[in-house]
Design a protein around this ligand. Structure first.
Ligand SMILES: Cc1cc2nc3c(=O)[nH]c(=O)nc-3n(C[C@H](O)[C@H](O)[C@H](O)COP(=O)(O)O)c2cc1C
Length: 184
């Protein structure tokens, strides 16, 4: 069993990205992992925007990253890249906060024109933070995500199947990480 930190990088109070991550968390839980959700929007703005490394919420987030074996990083695509609040948090973490960790990058967006934002924008940042293994990510169109009146999320079947596959690959990679670390 691995500990997975599931980070939603959306600033939106009605975020599809956040709901999608919580949906995928359930698949990881069913596979026996311990899942800790972290919504960046719940971190006080003064800590994020004031670069307050000592703020309790930043210290706590740093510890959550340190304790995780794997990290799911989900972001909406804003202006052809990841969200500003996600970057604000990543900037406050130690340079190598992802050392030894398996990472699953996910994005939601309104246009397939920006499907590569995961690879040209987010992936290099995760790599620079020392991630041991960044598995295949996935970009989900917002029109494939329907928020019902009760706030629950419905994922279009084809998208749900594709997401299930990348989550399963991430889960399998988590199982291999300790072996690689021991060998290294
Ligand atoms: C300020 C803003 C900028 C956006 N820029 C893009 C963009 O450049 N490319 C894109 O595909 N979608 C863009 N979108 C659409 C969002 O990525 C998409 O609706 C996403 O699912 C929103 O996720 P959220 O509900 O978690 O915030 C933008 C949305 C907003 C609000």
């Amino acid at each position: 069993m691995a500990t997975v930190l599931s980070v939603s990088g959306s600033p939106s109070a009605t975020s599809r990205t956040q709901r999608l991550l919580r949906h995928l968390d359930r698949r990881l839980l069913a596979q026996g992992h311990r899942v800790i959700p972290l919504d960046v929007r719940t971190i006080p703005a003064e800590a994020l925007l004031g670069a307050d490394f000592r703020h309790p919420a930043i210290v706590e987030a740093t510890e959550l990253f340190a304790r995780a074996d794997g990290v799911v990083v989900g972001t909406p695509v804003y202006k052809a890249a990841y969200s500003g609040v996600l970057k604000a948090l990543l900037d406050l973490l130690p340079q190598y906060a992802l050392t030894g960790k398996t990472v699953l990058p996910l994005a939601t967006g309104g246009s397939t024109a920006h499907v590569l934002a995961l690879d040209y924008a987010l992936r290099p940042v995760l790599n620079s933070m020392g991630a041991a293994h960044i598995v295949q990510g996935w970009f989900t169109l917002d029109k494939e995500l329907t928020v019902r009146e009760d706030g629950s999320l419905t994922v279009a079947p084809a998208a749900d199947e594709a997401l299930g596959q990348v989550v399963d690959q991430f889960s399998a990679a988590l199982g291999r990480t300790p072996l690689l670390a021991a060998a290294g």
